[in-house]
Design a binder for this molecule. Structure first.
Ligand SMILES: Cc1cc2nc3c(=O)[nH]c(=O)nc-3n(C[C@H](O)[C@H](O)[C@H](O)COP(=O)(O)OP(=O)(O)OC[C@H]3O[C@@H](n4cnc5c(N)ncnc54)[C@H](O)[C@@H]3O)c2cc1C
Length: 489
């Protein structure tokens, strides 16, 4: 019998589900509340595609190695289409720190550590066109999911489909499997709780606010050369990152700790945003009026959290024939650029599980267990780093703060070992890049004896031997930035 699957949401996770599941013998219907995309033009998609359901769409996005390699290995034709449409592959070699460039020799595994440079609208548009041509896949746009259709038999809740509304027309769509890919604002956990499900949810703050502005290179100008100045960094009171993209576009994101109230108040103004960029050399070299022009307002976004929803109580599923993927299940701080990879991975895990067994209880358990194995180590590492960053931001505002011994040791390890070794030692660089790309658990590197030995060796080296490997000053200190912007300290 042909299995019928419905997916709520055509964001990255919903598109991932369409691609992973779409094949002969299956019917996959994707329901999306927002209007359909424009036909072809990447510019139309960027400047005009109405996407109220994915407000992060016009924020900077980077697409990491895990997503890149899944696309390359499972959807090679999609990768060709992306590249044909201006998306760029940025390889490990392209991103090598200057001191490693001459001695670099490719090694097995390096080919997975490529980043896709693209505006999110471009990536999504190409993915959508690709997915809608797959066998068995159908998209219904401007179709909002309004509720669940469910049965409870002998204490077990089974989802049978969704209540939807298209053009003010209420309808019922029945399915064997229902997938929630409706993103961070999903209503389904609320509806499930109303039906008696006990869903456990973990949540912790990301501690930052996100501000993004897009730019286009002026005619005759090129991107600055990658080299001495880092194009992303952390000044304590502000983090910055340049996101190269397709079609001569790029964006700058400034992430401000929630407690930096003065900065938060003014940063949405275009001229202030550009002034801050100009004061940070690694950002200003891109955004200078000579090289580029802004092509968007400054977008702001808050309420950023790390969260994980559990649909099993212990090993017992709370609901059957229902799966949540992407942000509807797991949200992470955007700063790490992992949400799209995570959503895509979850969609592919689900597809594999549905192929392997038809037993609804086994499906629920296998999906939860595999997602846990693949994503949990990264989630734990991010939440830990976020609480440390929140503490650092609080300390940065306190003129009387004196770090304790442990904090001084961690800073020294970061500044005098990890930092220089990641710029001057290829083994350490690779070991740190694999978890960055979600290709390996974050603690694998720190359990590798060779990496530990190399880090200790760098730590012990006299300062003068590693001077050239230290990061340059990234920008003004907090008090100076406040002074230059005319803000209260
Ligand atoms: C500011 C910011 C920057 C980010 N930067 C990065 C980055 O650099 N790299 C990265 O990998 N990740 C990044 N992320 C995370 C990434 O955007 C998300 O993890 C990813 O979009 C999740 O995909 P999704 O499909 O689960 O949800 P979404 O992409 O949000 O899609 C959900 C879809 O569901 C639809 N929908 C919602 N409700 C309904 C309904 N009732 N009926 C029908 N449809 C509905 C919406 O319209 C939307 O299309 C960032 C996130 C933020 C907030």
């Amino acid at each position: 019998m042909q299995e019928r699957i419905i997916v709520a949401g055509a964001g990255i996770a919903g598109l991932g589900a369409a691609m992973a599941l779409g094949r002969e013998g299956r019917e996959v219907l994707i329901l999306e509340r927002d209007p359909p995309p424009p036909h072809q033009s990447m510019e139309e998609a960027f400047y005009g595609w109405e996407r109220k359901g994915a407000t992060q769409l016009r924020h900077s996005h980077v697409f990491l190695g895990r997503l890149f390699s899944l696309i390359r290995d499972r959807h090679p034709r999609l990768l060709s289409l992306l590249l044909e449409n201006g998306v760029r592959e940025f390889t490990l070699k392209d991103g090598l720190p200057e001191p490693l460039r001459e001695t670099y020799r490719p090694q097995k595994g390096d080919q997975d550590m490529s980043i896709l440079f693209s505006r999110r609208t471009t990536l999504e548009l190409v993915m959508r066109h690709y997915a809608q041509d797959l066998p068995g896949v159908r998209f219904l746009s401007s179709a909002a999911v309004r509720g669940l259709i469910a049965d409870r038999k002998e204490g077990t809740l089974k989802i049978r489909g969704l209540r939807i509304e298209q053009d003010a027309n209420p309808q019922e769509v029945l399915a064997d499997v229902t997938i929630d890919a409706s993103g961070r604002g999903t209503m389904m956990p609320i509806w499930l709780r109303e039906l008696g499900c006990e869903l456990h949810e973990e949540e912790s703050p990301a501690g930052i606010l996100y501000f993004t502005r897009h730019y286009r290179l002026k005619e005759g100008m090129e991107e600055p050369e990658r080299g001495a100045i880092p194009f992303a960094g952390d000044l304590g009171y502000i983090k910055y990152g340049i996101f190269a993209a397709d079609s001569r576009h790029f964006s700058l994101t400034l992430a401000v700790p929630e407690i930096e109230t003065e900065l938060r108040k003014v940063i949405l103004s275009g001229p202030v945003f550009d002034r801050i960029a100009a004061l940070i050399p690694g950002a200003g070299i891109w955004t200078s009026a000579e090289r580029a022009e802004p092509v968007s307002k400054v977008y702001g976004m808050g309420n950023l959290v790390n969260s994980w929803r559990h649909y099993l109580k212990g090993t017992e599923p709370e609901v059957l024939n229902f799966f949540a993927i992407g942000d509807a299940a797991i949200r992470t701080n955007p700063l790490y650029g992992r949400g799209c990879s995570s959503g895509f991975v979850q969609a592919h895990i689900l597809s594999d599980v549905l192929d392997e067994t038809a037993d609804p209880i086994a499906r629920a358990r296998m999906h939860a267990e595999r997602v846990n194995r693949e994503i949990r180590p990264h989630f734990n590492s991010m939440t830990k780093q976020d609480s440390a960053a929140i503490r650092r931001a609080i300390n940065a505002k306190d003129p009387n703060y004196r770090p304790r011994f442990r904090a001084r040791m961690i800073k020294s390890l970061t500044d005098d070992a990890i930092g220089p070794a990641s710029r001057g030692d290829l083994t350490v660089f690779r070991a740190l890049m694999r978890p960055f790309h979600m290709l390996e658990s974050p603690d694998t590197a720190l359990r590798n004896p060779e990496v530990i030995a190399r880090l200790l060796w760098t730590w012990m080296k006299p300062k003068s031997w590693k001077q050239h490997l230290h990061a340059p000053v990234l920008g003004p200190e907090r008090a100076q930035m406040h002074r230059l912007l005319g803000l209260a300290a």
